[in-house]
Ligand binder design. Structure first.
Ligand SMILES: Cc1cc2nc3c(=O)[nH]c(=O)nc-3n(C[C@H](O)[C@H](O)[C@H](O)COP(=O)(O)OP(=O)(O)OC[C@H]3O[C@@H](n4cnc5c(N)ncnc54)[C@H](O)[C@@H]3O)c2cc1C
Ligand SMILES: NC(=O)c1ccc[n+]([C@@H]2O[C@H](COP(=O)([O-])OP(=O)(O)OC[C@H]3O[C@@H](n4cnc5c(N)ncnc54)[C@H](OP(=O)(O)O)[C@@H]3O)[C@@H](O)[C@H]2O)c1
Length: 632
C-alpha cells in the first residue's frame, strides 16, 4: 500500500527538502515550534514502523486529563465573605487546599466586632443571609448583630471550617514571587507574637471594607481622660447608663447608636459635620425603632419549604428592583428626595430647627441610605444636643469646638467609620508595585484599580471578594459574595486543570473596565457632590465602591469569565496542550466510576439547556451505584 506523501510537492525545493525525508518531514511540520535539533533531542517516543511527524512535546505519560494540580490558597479574613470562601471553594474547586487567616478570635467579622447598643442589619435578615443555607427562623425582621454573628458562626461550624481556620493570625504583608509563581505571606500569630512566612499559589482578600475602623485625628485625643471608644470596638463592660456621653458622626453607626444611648444616658451630645438623608427604608419595608419580631405563627409556617421559599422570594425580589432609584434624574430618585424631606420633617416635628443645615444638597443614594428609625425623634428629646459646629480639639475632659465652646463627657463614642478607600491596610506587592500605596489618592493609580473588582493587572493569582465594585447597588451582599466566589472558582479550576502556573488580568481589559465605569457612573447619583465609601470619601474621586450596573447585571457579567481578558503563564512553555497528558482519564482506569452519567432513564425530565453543561458531571466524576443501591 502506498502512503500519501505528507510533504506537499511544492515544498520539495525548500532547503529542508535537501535533507533526509524524515528530517524534512519534522522540519516541515514542526518548524513553527522549535529548531529541528532541539526537537529530536527532546522527544522520546515509541519506535514506529512508518515515518511519522515528530512532536517536540515530551508529555508526561502518567498525567491523565482529569488530574488536577493541588492549589494552596490563602483566604485573608473570615467575615461572611471569608466564610463563604471556606464553604464554596472546596466544593467547587477539586484539589484546593485552603487556609483561612483571621485576626479575631472567631469568625463573623463585622458582626463579631460591632456590638454597640442598637447594632442590627438594616435590610431584612431573611435577605441578608446565604442563598443556599437559609435560616428560616430569624427572630426579628431586622435582626440584632448577635443573631447575625451566630448565624455565620453556625455556618462555619456546619461546614467544618474551623479545621482550616487560623484564628488570631493576622496577615501583615503579601509579596508575589515570579520565579516560584507563589505568594509569600507574613503571618503574625497574635497568641505567640511570632511571625512566619507562608507560601501559597493563590491569595484571596476577604478583609472587609469597614474593618479598618478609625478614630478621628483631632489634637488632644490621646490626652482625653474619660472613656474613649470607636463604635466598632465597643467595651461591653462600660455601662453608659446615667452618664454624660458624646457621639461623633452621623453615618449608619452613629444613627443607630444615638437613639439607643438617648434612652439610658443622662445626656447625649451628638457632633455632626455634614448633612445626611434619613431614609424610610431600603425597599418599602416598614421600619420602627422598636424591635419587629416575627409572629410565632409565621415562623412556624416556614417549616413548609414552599411557604418559606415564596416568602423569601417576595421579600428578596424587592431588593433586586430598586436599581432605578440610583439613576440620575429618574422619577424614582426625584420622588425619594421629596419623600425623605417630608419624613425628616415629621420625625423632627418637635424641634424643626434641628433640620437647619441637615437636609443634604446631594441626591438620596449618593451615600448609602441610612433608614435610622428613631434617630431624628431622639434628637428632639431634652437629654440630647445636636452640635454642628466643627470640633477643634479634644481636651482632657471632653471636646472643644471651633466657636470656643467646651463640653465635658464621661465617655466619647466615635462613630467615625472606617477607611473608606478600600485600600488594603497591609502591603500587597508584586513586580515593584504595592497596592497599599498604588491605590491611595497620591499613589501610582490613585484609586482601587481593578479588572471588574476581582483582580489587578500585574498581580497574578490574587483575587478580591467583597472588595471594589463587588456588588450592585441593588441585590444583596451575600448573593454578590457567592457569585464573586463562583467566578474565582472557575478561574481556579482552569488553572489547576489546564497546566497554568499563574493568571492575571490584562492591562487593556482593566483599562477598558475603568473607562466603562467612567462612562457609566455619571448616569447615577453616586457622582453627586457627597463623600461616601463609594468615592473613597472624596467627591469627584472615581466611584469604586459599587458595580457599574444593577445586581442582575453583575450576576450576568460574572457568569462566564472572559478568558481573552487574562494573561497566562503556562507550566509547559512548549505546548499549551501538554495538560492533555496521556490521552486517558484516571476515571476510566478505575472500575467503580460512572463513565455514562450523562444517560437518563427514559421519560426522566431533561432540561436541554443544561445538557452536558455541568462542570462536575464529566465521565467518571461520579462513582457507580452498587446494584443494591440501584434497585432501591
Ligand atoms: C455596623 C455595620 C452594620 C452593617 N450592616 C449591614 C447591613 O445591614 N446590610 C448590609 O448589606 N451590609 C451591612 N454592613 C456591611 C457589612 O460589612 C457587609 O455586609 C459584610 O458583613 C462584609 O463582610 P466581609 O466578610 O466582606 O467583611 P468583614 O465582616 O468586615 O470581615 C472581614 C474580616 O477580615 C478580617 N481581617 C481583616 N484584615 C485582616 C488581616 N490582615 N489578617 C487577618 N484577618 C483580617 C477581619 O478581622 C474580619 O473578620 C454593615 C457594616 C457595619 C460595620
Ligand atoms: N445595618 C446598619 O444599619 C449599619 C450600621 C452601621 C454601619 N453600616 C454600614 O457600614 C458603613 C459604615 O458606617 P459607619 O457609620 O461606621 O461609617 P460612615 O458611614 O463612614 O460614617 C462615618 C461618620 O463619621 C463622621 N466622621 C468621620 N470622621 C470624622 C471626624 N474626624 N470628625 C467628625 N465626624 C467624622 C462622618 O462624617 P462626614 O459625613 O462628614 O464624613 C460620618 O458621619 C455604612 O455605610 C453601612 O454600609 C450599616
Amino acid at each position: 500500500m502506498t502512503q500519501t506523501p505528507v510533504i506537499p510537492a511544492a515544498d520539495e525545493a525548500t532547503p529542508e527538502a535537501q535533507t533526509t525525508t524524515s528530517t524534512r518531514r519534522v522540519a516541515q511540520l514542526t518548524g513553527h515550534l522549535a529548531p529541528v535539533n532541539e526537537t529530536e533531542q527532546a522527544n522520546t517516543r515509541p519506535q514506529l514502523p512508518i515515518e511519522y511527524p515528530v512532536s517536540r512535546l515530551q508529555f508526561d505519560p502518567s498525567h491523565c486529563i482529569d488530574h488536577v494540580r493541588e492549589l494552596k490558597v490563602a483566604v485573608i479574613g473570615a467575615g461572611l465573605a471569608g466564610i463563604n470562601a471556606g464553604i464554596l471553594l472546596p466544593a467547587k474547586v477539586p484539589g484546593v487546599k485552603l487556609t483561612i487567616y483571621e485576626k479575631n478570635s472567631d469568625v463573623s467579622g463585622t458582626w463579631l466586632e460591632n456590638t454597640y447598643p442598637g447594632v442590627r442589619c438594616d435590610i431584612p435578615a431573611h435577605v441578608y443571609q446565604s442563598t443556599y443555607s437559609p435560616n428560616t427562623q430569624w427572630s426579628e425582621i431586622f435582626a440584632k448583630g448577635a443573631e447575625i454573628r451566630d448565624y455565620w458562626q453556625s455556618e462555619a461550624r456546619k461546614h467544618d471550617l474551623y479545621k482550616v481556620l487560623k484564628l488570631r493570625h493576622r496577615v501583615d504583608e503579601a509579596e508575589w514571587n515570579d520565579g516560584q509563581s507563589q505568594w509569600h505571606l507574613q503571618v503574625h500569630n497574635l497568641e505567640t507574637g511570632k511571625t512566619s512566612t507562608e507560601s501559597f499559589d493563590f491569595i484571596i482578600t476577604a478583609i472587609g471594607r469597614f474593618n479598618a475602623w478609625k478614630l478621628p485625628d483631632y489634637p488632644g485625643l490621646d490626652g482625653y481622660k474619660g472613656v474613649l471608644r470607636h463604635t466598632s470596638s465597643w467595651d461591653p463592660s462600660y455601662d453608659p447608663t446615667g452618664k454624660k456621653v458624646a457621639v461623633i458622626g452621623n453615618g449608619a453607626s452613629g444613627i443607630q447608636v444615638v437613639p439607643n444611648l438617648q434612652l439610658i444616658s443622662k445626656h447625649v451630645t451628638h457632633f455632626v459635620r455634614n448633612p445626611t438623608w434619613i431614609a424610610t427604608s431600603w425597599a418599602g419595608d416598614e421600619r420602627t425603632f422598636e424591635p419587629q419580631p416575627y409572629a410565632d405563627e409565621l415562623r412556624k409556617s416556614f417549616d413548609k419549604p414552599e411557604t418559606y421559599l415564596a416568602f423569601r422570594k417576595e421579600l428578596e425580589d424587592r431588593y433586586w428592583r430598586r436599581f432605578r432609584a440610583m439613576v440620575r434624574g429618574s422619577s424614582e430618585n426625584e420622588g425619594m428626595r421629596e419623600l425623605f424631606i417630608d419624613v425628616m420633617k415629621r420625625r423632627a416635628a418637635k424641634k424643626p430647627e434641628l433640620l437647619d443645615g441637615l437636609i443634604p444638597d446631594f441626591a438620596p443614594h449618593c451615600r448609602r441610605l441610612t433608614p435610622g428609625p428613631g434617630y431624628l425623634e431622639s434628637l428632639t428629646e431634652d437629654n440630647v444636643e445636636l452640635v454642628k459646629t466643627p470640633i477643634r480639639r479634644f481636651t482632657t475632659t471632653g471636646i472643644e469646638t471651633t466657636d470656643g465652646n467646651t463640653y465635658k463627657f464621661d465617655a466619647i463614642f466615635c462613630a467615625t467609620g472606617a477607611n473608606t478607600d478600600l485600600v488594603p491596610p497591609f502591603p500587597i506587592k508584586a513586580r515593584g508595585i504595592d497596592l497599599n500605596k498604588a491605590w491611595k489618592p497620591e499613589g501610582k493609580w490613585g484609586f482601587p484599580y481593578t479588572y471588574m473588582g476581582m483582580a489587578t493587572p500585574g498581580f497574578p493569582n490574587l483575587f478580591y471578594v467583597a472588595g471594589p465594585h463587588a456588588a450592585g447597588p441593588s441585590g444583596t451582599v451575600p448573593q454578590a459574595v457567592e457569585t464573586g466566589l463562583t467566578y474565582i472558582a472557575k478561574v481556579m479550576r482552569k488553572v489547576s486543570s489546564q497546566g497554568i502556573r499563574s493568571i492575571a488580568p490584562l492591562k487593556e481589559a482593566a483599562d477598558d473596565f475603568v473607562d466603562y465605569c467612567d462612562a457609566f457612573f455619571p448616569t447615577t447619583v453616586l457622582t453627586d457632590n457627597c463623600s461616601s465609601w463609594n468615592n473613597g470619601g472624596v467627591p469627584g474621586q472615581r466611584i469604586h465602591g459599587l458595580w457599574p450596573g444593577s445586581a442582575a447585571h453583575i450576576t450576568i457579567v460574572r457568569r462566564e469569565p472572559r478568558w481573552e481578558d487574562w494573561e497566562y503563564e503556562r507550566e509547559n512553555k512548549v505546548n499549551r496542550f501538554a495538560y492533555f497528558g496521556n490521552g486517558y482519564t484516571q476515571a476510566e482506569t478505575e472500575d467503580d466510576t460512572d463513565l455514562t452519567s450523562y444517560l437518563r432513564a427514559p421519560g426522566q425530565e431533561v432540561d436541554l439547556r443544561d445538557l452536558h453543561e455541568s462542570w462536575w458531571d464529566v465521565p467518571g466524576a461520579r462513582k457507580l451505584k452498587k446494584s443494591s443501591e440501584q434497585s432501591a
